[in-house]
Design a binder for this molecule. Structure first.
Ligand SMILES: Cc1cc2nc3c(=O)[nH]c(=O)nc-3n(C[C@H](O)[C@H](O)[C@H](O)COP(=O)(O)OP(=O)(O)OC[C@H]3O[C@@H](n4cnc5c(N)ncnc54)[C@H](O)[C@@H]3O)c2cc1C
Length: 176
């Protein structure tokens, strides 16, 4: 058995590969964004999604105030935006938003899911936000690829036509 520590837990759950998204919210006249991978679809009837926010995230407070938000699924080209919206970019990239139902759409994302808050559930040091889906963008072109996060690193699926990706290219970053 491995030891039951936060670090061992983090390493183990990091073996579960995820996409990366940026949660955006219109907070009065300001837009706020936050990188997240604790996102999952939850229900088809009704259409529900779930995001786990750290309790001290500024974006969580804004989502609670506004009652709506958007989930922007990042493309393989948007690693710099993932770093930026996690507060880890060396220099700020250009960021563009456009109006969308739920919250602002991060331009260049693979897809955007507009949501209205259905319910919020405390869970340990996080808050689960369950959202009712109110809008979807049209499907992206078939050659588009998502940004992947696995074992604390970003992985870029090779661009190309539809079909299984033959290999992964990745750059290790530390996720502390
Ligand atoms: C791969 C990955 C996955 C993560 N998953 C999660 C997760 O699931 N849940 C979670 O709670 N945390 C997650 N985090 C951590 C989270 O992204 C950071 O802790 C983040 O800084 C918390 O955001 P905040 O809402 O407090 O926003 P802040 O720290 O206030 O903002 C984050 C950054 O976004 C920039 N920013 C915000 N709004 C704008 C705007 N309108 N225009 C331009 N820049 C803007 C800020 O300048 C800042 O650099 C993840 C981090 C990474 C790298």
């Amino acid at each position: 058995m491995a030891e039951l520590t936060a670090e061992a837990f983090r390493r183990q759950v990091g073996l579960f590969a995820t996409g990366v998204c940026v949660i955006t919210v219109q907070d009065n006249r300001q837009v706020l964004g936050m990188t997240a991978n604790a996102f999952t679809s939850l229900s088809l009837d009704p259409l529900l999604v779930l995001v786990a926010f750290a309790r001290d995230a500024h974006t969580l407070a804004a989502v609670a105030r506004s009652g709506a938000y958007a989930v922007n699924l990042l493309s393989r080209e948007q690693e710099n935006l993932s770093r930026h919206f996690a507060g880890r970019a060396k220099s700020p990239p250009e960021v563009h938003f456009e109006p969308f139902a739920g919250g602002p759409r991060l331009v260049g994302s693979l897809a955007t899911i507009g949501c209205e808050v259905e319910t919020m559930v405390p869970a340990g040091d996080h808050q689960l936000v369950i959202g009712r889906v109110v809008a979807l963008t049209p499907p992206p072109p078939p050659g588009e690829r998502p940004l992947v996060f696995w074992r604390g690193a970003y992985w870029r699926l090779p661009a190309g036509d539809a079909g299984p990706a033959p290999a992964l290219e990745g750059e290790q970053i530390f996720f502390d």
